[in-house]
Design a protein around this ligand. Structure first.
Ligand code: NAD
Length: 255
């Protein structure tokens, strides 16, 4: 028992002495909120590899059938009813303790902001599903406005301004990231004294580069995930298990 808790105690002590903690989150932090990940054992792509096609920008732009399916998936996404869980709340606790330098998230569900993290600290490298965007003119819309149109019968709604293809304001596979956003993520990673990588396979680039960038700049690296990740060799401590238990345990004030 004592042996099992040693890594947790070590990381909790690191949290207490850190001043600029950067947290990188992936889909695994939101599974307890009812939003499936992509590559975990119950992941959307693990169960249905064909679903990956929907997330590729070239297919989305070329094929109206794929867009129609994507709009139905958005309409029925579990994200609209999801509530933050203990993992999200633990990161809010870190911010309240004044220790959170930045929260880089690959997630598109905005559960960090809903949980109470300051939007200024959250860097959404893959965008958000709560906005839609026009691929042609770049106009942004609140997602609920477009979903209202889908619900009313438009199965592949077009931009009201220019007639262009609409999609969620997220980064699809094959789509370039927003340079200012990913640059900011790498900048904060290089300023970290402790990096917590939570709920990610660390296989999606360039987001996963936050880990080596922080490591090279001298930060301690802790990876918290249920299974092995692509960057376990960079971790000073690996915490393998349930995020909802591990994250609250390491952020709780030891004093
Ligand atoms: P991923 O699907 O590649 O990996 C998630 C990892 O989290 C897996 O290794 C899984 O075993 C682990 N995990 C799941 N639930 C866990 C739990 N309760 N405790 C501990 N570990 C748990 O996720 P990724 O690395 O973020 O890559 C997927 C991409 O898809 C992201 O870039 C993201 O943009 C997008 N995505 C986002 C959401 C979301 O916003 N919630 C959901 C699915 C996918």
């Amino acid at each position: 028992m004592t042996t099992d808790n040693q890594p947790i105690d070590r990381v909790r002590a690191w949290v207490d002495e850190s001043r600029r903690i950067v947290v990188l989150t992936g889909a695994g932090i939101s599974t307890d909120s009812g939003i499936p990940d992509f590559r975990g054992p119950q992941g959307v792509w693990t169960r249905n590899p064909a679903a990956e096609r929907l997330a590729t920008i070239d297919n989305y732009l070329a094929d109206p059938e794929i867009r129609r399916t994507a709009w139905q998936n958005r309409l029925h996404s579990p994200a609209w009813h999801a509530r933050p869980n203990r993992g999200h709340e633990a990161i809010v606790a870190l911010e309240r303790r004044g220790l959170l330098h930045a929260l880089v998230t690959q997630n598109i569900d905005e559960l960090h902001q809903i949980a109470g993290n300051s939007p200024e600290l959250v860097i959404e490298v893959h965008g958000t599903i709560r906005r839609a965007m026009c691929w042609s003119c770049g106009r942004r819309y609140p997602m609920h406005e477009i979903l209202e149109r889908v619900r009313a019968g438009e199965d592949d709604p077009a931009c009201s301004d220019c007639g262009g293809i609409l999609k969620s304001d997220t980064i699809s596979f094959g789509q370039a990231l927003v340079p200012q956003v990913i640059d900011r993520a790498m900048r904060v990673a290089a300023q970290a004294d402790l990096l917590l990588a939570v709920g990610s396979t660390l296989q999606v680039f360039p987001a996963a580069n936050v880990v080596p960038v922080a490591k090279e700049a001298g930060a301690r690296v802790v990876i918290i995930n249920a299974e092995a990740t692509g960057m376990d060799d960079l971790a000073d401590v690996l915490l393998t298990g349930a995020i909802g238990e591990l994250l609250p345990a390491i952020v709780s004030d030891a004093t």
